[in-house]
Design a protein. Structure first.
Length: 196
């Protein structure tokens, strides 16, 4: 009988020890999972911030230099003097508006403190910024089409310039779509890692 009690006590002790080890292993696994997820989210956030910063800088640079180039261009390149100034003003407005929007998104992404924010706050912020990104695109795409149309109207007689604009438009569209899909992937990455 005494042997049975000792065996039972040993069994309880072994069981308790096994429980402690399994619990420690679970905690370590969860902690490692959190570190990996946090690294992915941080990387996605940093990638988004880098892309917005790059577009913001390009927007400000193009907003200054392209209108200046257009205004100083010779009349044989852009024959209509009035339209030259209208197109320059539109390009300036477009690029500066895009740069300001990218600057806003850049600052918002950078302000996300992943260490201090709760899961629901990160997901809500990512969804909100993704929605704002789309709203800004809804504003900028028609603005770009109008600006390019005003720029192209006086040049319709020159097939080389029109061909160059079409080629530039196709290349720009491909680059833009590639960047867009990467940004959406980064937003999805942040939301998926936090919602799992």
């Amino acid at each position: 009988m005494e042997n049975q009690i000792n065996d039972l006590d040993q069994l309880k002790e072994m069981w308790s020890d096994l429980n402690r080890r399994v619990e420690r292993l679970e905690n370590q696994t969860l902690e490692e999972g959190r570190k990996v997820a946090s690294g992915k989210i941080t990387t996605a956030r940093e990638d988004l911030a880098t892309r917005y910063k790059r577009f913001m800088i390009i927007g400000f640079v193009m907003g200054i230099f392209f209108p200046l180039f257009l205004i100083m261009s010779p009349t044989d390149f852009f024959p209509d003097g009035t339209m030259k100034y209208v197109a320059s003003a539109l390009f300036f407005s477009y690029f500066i508006t895009a740069a300001v929007m990218d600057s806003f998104l850049y600052n918002e992404v950078r302000s996300m403190d992943l260490a201090m924010m709760t899961v629901s706050q990160v997901i809500h912020k990512a969804r909100t910024l993704k929605r704002r990104h789309h709203i800004f695109m809804i504003i900028l795409i028609p603005f770009a089409v109008i600006t390019l149309a005003v720029f192209a109207i006086p040049l319709l007689d020159d097939p080389f310039i029109i061909a160059g604009m079409i080629t530039g438009g196709v290349v720009g569209l491909c680059i833009g779509l590639r960047q867009y899909f990467r940004m959406m992937r980064d937003y999805r990455e942040m939301m998926r890692e936090y919602s799992e």
